[in-house]
Design a protein around this ligand. Sequence first.
Ligand code: NAD
Length: 494
Amino acid sequence: MRLIPCPLFIGGEWIPSSLVGTPVHNPSTGDVIAECPAGGAAEVNAAVDAAEAAFPAWRDTPAVERARVFFRYRQLVEENFDLICRCVSREHGKTHAEARGSVFRGLENIEYACGVPSLLFGDNLENLARGVDCETILQPLGVCAGITPFNFPAMVPLWMFPLAIACGNTFVLKPSEKVPLTANLLVELLQKAGLPKGVINIVHGGRPCVDALLTHPKVKAVSFVGSTPIAKYIYETGTRNGKRVQANGGAKNYIVVMPDADIPKTVEALSTAAFGCAGERCMAGSTAIAVGAAAERVLPSLVEAARAIRVGPTDREAQPDMGPVISAQHRERVATLITTGEIEGATVACDGRRVRVAHEPRGFYIGATVVDNVLPGTTLAREEVFGPVLNVMRMEDLDHAIEMANRSSFGNGAAIFTRSGGAAREFKSRVKAGMVGINVGVPATMAMFPFTGWSDSFFGDLHIQGREAVQFYTQQKVVTTRWFGGDVGDVWKK
Ligand code: NAD
């Protein structure tokens, strides 16, 4: 099979790479479809130099003109929507519906960036003191970098570069080496929208590339999304090297089900939250905490729903309910964690480990799994699985359920299903997570709201998306002005 080219993009030119890299798979078939070049310091230096050279002219381009590039980009992404979604499905394994949903979330971030002239408004106060006025101005930082994970090949890069660039910065993107092709396609379209050369650049590779970005003196800010150990490393190394860093990490999101919850709707939401995108979501609702009688009411329907999920290839017209996970290695990790859960006393109520897709024996498939009676403190209760596995824990009341959720070292999302306003209010107030859903299973925020992970799910001060991201990608200047009245005053009087 001919491999899909995966060039770097530096200074407005596609650079074919002869660097030996890592294979990119189609998870539906197990085939190698491309090779992601293993760039390092030389490639990063070239990309940062190009971004730095493009910065002065781009910074001085009026915000309305910068916004116009993103209006055109929005149009191009919409026109090429199916192509982008197919690319996501092919290299990541999302179903078409999941790919569409995720690219649409990315599109909303482009739309948010189109509003940049209003987002860059400063404040001012006339007559701060007699004859003295004061104003704040938001100015871009310079060269910003983005390092992204495999699980949202379009959406996560779109969380970063549209707003960073619309704010007047230039950008170097380092996508996940597991899914580099969608990022290349997105950048190709941005270039077609009329972005000047060098404003966006792509380098491909793994740790050597990342380290070169983190230590490069000309890189002013780094946005990162990925697993917690790497997020922590990025934050510590980036800040030690004088950069602004926002680093989103992994997650373990708890969903509390109260006995008064609407059971059919709750089961539907839990199933989507746990098994959507094969569980490879930082906002996956991976652990249900059933309170009191809720377990007996919800578990049979959950198991039934999980058993009904058809797993299969996502790279063709007929679509399954759920696609593969990203790699054979990841499938083994997920299966091993389920086995560990069993050893630690849990019961596998629906077992996806044995699922096989007959016509695609080399694809990376694992079926929807429900593990009941997961005990506090065990591996499944603590660790992010990042696969289609729903843990069920049982607690006697809401207090214990909140306490359980709050024992997590992560703090991305949490949700409650109930008909009681009082229970929802209590949960909303006390749960230690940055994004909370009330009868909403995946409370992932949209472009205009910050993606507010807490604890080990986020390292930094200003989150990705929304106004916080505008603050992240700009620095404030406060200008205090006084005009000496004497001579000018005389002119006025004449
Ligand atoms: P990952 O941490 O393995 O990789 C993320 C990025 O870091 C990639 O670009 C990769 O090349 C780079 N990287 C990997 N190892 C590195 C190292 N040792 N040194 C420097 N750079 C390194 O994450 P992943 O497996 O691609 O993505 C899944 C993880 O991302 C999950 O933990 C998931 O929860 C998390 N995630 C979080 C959010 C969020 O907003 N909180 C969103 C999506 C995904």
